[in-house]
Design a protein around this ligand. Structure first.
Ligand code: SF4
Length: 370
């Protein structure tokens, strides 16, 4: 290590110890120069502001893919079918109930609804479905009603403002939306791969509307396409600024931040998967840089066993996924042996506890690091 490098790591280490904020330039320097051990040390120090060093939480979760029809045509997507495709589908309530019952039977209680931009599905489809779920299951389960981009699509399709669409969804029993559809929050990236999936501003404005409507939401990111380092850091800076804006105004912010990795199979974009080491290093950078978000989540869905090493790189929470057609069609392999997955966490040195979204209030959204 050169003298300049030593000085840089020492000054960043001191900042982290003093609970001062690391700048974007410093985070970029860490990404390019810090060893894995240094990243682990710094990420663990930020993690310890919020969580006991040897504890982590998890959820058992199923993504319910209610339709695969989508007109957005993102080139990295392996899941969508265009309208009138022979294998396109829209699921009904009974099908959804069966999926919920199956997971409840094995101890899970969280569901995420994820479909596509389906021009046939107006807001009534969602309010009827979510209303029926809330009526049948009450508070026994919790669900992410849809992703940010699906919400925006259906609101525009129905010529509703986002706040008006949110009011209808809330009335039907929706409490959470998830930050899905972010991928990389840089317009250059979105123009290359998903020009119909909204700009960064439209995405962030919708996140703001969700929180202002009194619902909870999360931050997400996907890495491993062809994004540049600048585009990755644009994403992190946008999210950190957004969270500052919310918390500084005394308002609720993003509950958590989840990063997962692109799977390159069966789609137009193709490419190769990034290594788990790259994912883990990125996770550490997320923990160090996003010092204003309480929960950093690791992706078992796309990283399997390696995701549990992510607890050492700053993550404090993870899903054990039961099903997600979107990533499975792109090459994700789901391991349903809960004990084995928890064993990986234990091997990494962490005690785990189930986090019931339905029972644990989301007060943590407001908490800042001390
Ligand atoms: S990633 Fe989502 S929005 Fe894009 S094509 Fe696939 S289903 Fe549609």
């Amino acid at each position: 290590m050169t003298q300049t490098s030593t000085i840089a790591i020492e000054s960043i280490r001191k900042k982290v110890q003093d609970k001062e904020r690391v700048s974007r330039a410093e985070a970029e320097w860490l990404w390019q120069n810090a060893s894995d051990d240094q990243l682990i040390e710094l990420a663990s120090a930020v993690r310890a502001r919020y969580h006991a060093p040897d504890e982590a939480t998890y959820l058992l979760m199923r993504i319910i893919n209610y339709t695969n029809i989508c007109v957005a045509k993102c080139d990295y997507c392996s899941f969508y079918r265009l309208p009138r495709a022979k294998d396109g589908y829209v699921r009904d309530k009974e099908w959804v109930f069966a999926k919920i019952d199956e997971l409840v039977e094995v101890g899970g209680d969280l569901f995420g609804f994820n479909g596509g931009f389906n021009p046939q599905l107006k807001i009534d489809y969602y309010t009827n479905l979510f209303g029926a779920i809330r009526e049948r299951y009450g508070d026994k389960i919790e669900f992410y009603g849809m992703t940010v981009v699906e919400l925006l699509y259906v609101a525009r399709l129905c010529k509703l403002s986002t706040p008006d669409a949110l009011a209808l969804l809330k009335e039907a029993g929706v409490r959470w939306i998830t930050g899905g559809g972010a991928e990389i929050l840089a317009d250059s990236f979105r123009l290359r791969h998903s020009p119909l999936k909204y700009t960064v501003k439209e995405y962030m404005d919708t996140q703001r509307d969700i929180l202002d409507a009194g619902l909870h939401t999360t931050g997400t990111m996907v890495i491993g396409f062809d994004e540049s380092l600048d585009e990755r850091f644009d994403h992190l800076e946008t999210v950190r600024n957004f969270q500052d804006e919310r918390l500084n105004a005394g308002k609720e912010g993003l509950f958590s931040f989840l990063c997962w990795t692109y799977k390159p199979y069966n789609n137009e974009l193709g490419g190769e998967e990034i290594s788990s080491q790259e994912y883990l290093r990125h996770l550490a950078i997320c923990r160090i840089y996003l010092d204003n978000i309480r929960h950093l989540r690791a992706s078992v869905l796309t990283q399997n066993q390696a995701a549990l090493s992510g607890l050492k790189y700053g993550a404090d929470d993870f899903d054990i996924p039961w099903e997600d057609e979107v990533t499975q069609m792109a090459g994700a392999v789901i391991e349903k042996d809960v004990d084995r997955v928890l064993g990986y966490a234990s091997d990494a040195g962490f005690k785990t506890r189930y986090r019931h979204v339905a029972k644990d209030p989301a007060a943590a959204c407001l908490a800042r690091s001390k």
